[in-house]
Write a protein that binds this ligand. Structure first.
Ligand code: AMP
Ligand code: ZN
Length: 462
């Protein structure tokens, strides 16, 4: 809010409560979305590896203009449609080694809480009902409106006085206006409506996060996050709703990582310049861990341009880390031992030569510097520090960054094998058994075997 850096601490002295705006589940999330989710994951991990307890709430947006529109195009019910994309989101998060939030509430499951919040806003004079049974937030009723996004004063005055209203979930800064809390039922919403004191309808998008953050974190909590596009109007509207309905500070700190870009433009569905994890597995055969490494390679305060070269560099870096890990284990006499669990790696007093790496992450979550110091640590570990402490410190750093290294016993599959296996998986999902068999042979001809299990497939050298 103030554009100052803040020390992150739990205000209650016990648990750091934070809310991240989650995905809108109307298709596969693209890796731009995942830059935001992965950086949030690193933030949480750094706090936890530093010994803090966290409570991480991230919602699922399963009712809004886009989910309703696309569920109808697909011919599925809204619940089936959003359920399918929620499962896919979870699979991708797991592949990217993102910790599951402690609470993952969905908008549809919190309609009563959203209605109760609108009732309070109407009662307090912050909201009004329009002719069509919709309810709007009156931005002129909240003095601090526009403070987070630093709205242009002229746009703001116009927005307050012109009496225009935004009924769509998404709109631009120059059309700042009263925004919709409850949308009266319209024919294009089909069967997707609920009863309310203002008639049948459905909640506007911005409301869900206010209602759910209040329920799970209270009227004041430690941090709120989302991509840079969420500052306006989404977070501005959340602040207005929450402050007016619940009192309290709402979020004490904000975290808005900058975008993932492609050729100078934001990666987004509307620009049709997106890549999903599955796209990148098919071509150029990139693993999810390579994608994760690439996504954290730039500072969160800088936009990151996505390139295949970046993925290639990530592959080389991960391979160096894997070799370094083997050397550290050997020096510590820990070869063949299980890596300590995440819990065991949280709250260590001493990371040996990897202390500066964690210090870099603790300083404004500087991931590129943290990675640089990780490699520096590997170099100096050959001559410095206690090998056992260094080995633990290295794994604590991997835990903080959320990097999962391949088992050194099993060599890594080359990109063409990863790509063929990804294509085969899709063929299997489409019940194209013949196509899957041809790809299995192709993989075998490249010297690898593919084994199917309950959690997906595994590649082993023949
Ligand atoms: P959505 O599913 O559209 O609600 O977006 C989920 C999250 O992804 C939000 O926090 C967005 O701000 C974020 N996001 C969308 N596009 C990008 C991008 N190109 N780079 C980084 N974050 C993004
Ligand atoms: Zn939100």
């Amino acid at each position: 809010m103030t554009r100052e850096m803040r020390v992150l601490e739990p205000a209650d002295g016990r648990v750091f409560g934070f809310y991240c705006c989650g995905p809108t589940v109307y298709g596969p999330a693209h890796i731009g979305n995942f830059r935001t989710f992965v950086l949030n994951d690193v933030l949480r991990r750094v706090l936890e590896v530093g010994g803090m307890r966290t409570k991480h709430v991230r919602n699922i947006t399963d009712v809004d203009d886009k989910t309703i529109r696309d569920s109808q195009v697909s011919g599925m019910s809204l619940a089936d449609f959003t359920g399918k994309w929620t499962r896919r989101f979870h699979e991708d998060c797991e592949a990217l080694n993102c910790l599951a939030p402690h609470i993952e509430p969905s908008a549809v499951e919190h309609i009563p809480e959203q209605i109760a919040m609108i009732e309070t806003l109407v009662k307090n004079g912050n909201a009004y009902c329009s002719e069509d049974g919709s309810v709007y937030f009156r931005i002129a009723s909240y003095e601090d409106y526009g403070k987070l996004a630093r709205l242009d004063q002229q746009d703001l005055e116009l927005g307050k006085t012109q009496g225009e209203r935004a009924n769509a979930d998404e709109y631009e800064k120059d059309s700042v206006s009263d925004f919709v809390l409850w949308k009266g039922r319209r024919p294009e919403d089909g069967e997707n409506y609920w009863d309310s004191p203002w008639g049948e309808g459905r909640p506007g998008w911005h409301l869900e996060c206010s209602a759910m953050s209040y329920k799970y974190l209270g009227e004041s909590f430690d941090l709120h996050s989302g991509g840079e596009d969420l500052k306006f109007p989404h977070h501005e509207n959340e602040i207005a709703q929450s402050r007016c309905a619940c009192g309290g500070d709402f979020a004490r700190a904000w975290f808005h990582p900058r975008f993932l870009m492609v050729d100078g433009e934001k990666m987004s569905k509307s620009l049709n310049n997106l890549y999903t994890l599955a796209d990148l597995e098919r071509d150029p055969g990139a693993t999810p861990m390579e994608v994760r490494y690439a996504l954290i390679g730039a500072h969160h305060r800088k936009q990151l341009n996505f390139t295949f070269d970046g993925l290639h560099a990530a592959r080389e870096a991960l391979s160096k880390l894997t070799k370094g890990q083997a050397l550290l284990a050997k020096a510590a006499g820990r070869e063949g031992e299980n890596v300590p669990s995440y819990r065991e790696l949280c709250g260590l007093d001493d990371l040996g030569v990897f202390e500066p790496a964690l210090a870099a992450l603790n300083d404004d979550l500087n991931t590129p510097e943290g990675l640089g110091q990780l490699f520096r640590g590997l170099r100096i570990a050959e001559t410095e520090g206690d090998p056992g402490v260094n080995w633990l410190g290295f794994h604590a750093m991997l835990a903080a960054l959320g990097l999962r290294l391949p088992d050194p016993e099993v060599p890594e599959a080359p990109p063409e094998v990863v790509a063929a296996a990804a294509k085969r998986q899709i063929a299997r999902e489409n019940k194209d058994w013949e196509g899957a068999d041809i790809l299995r042979e192709e993989i075998q001809n490249l010297g690898w075997a593919v084994k199917d299990g309950p959690d997906g497939y595994e590649l082993k050298p023949l």
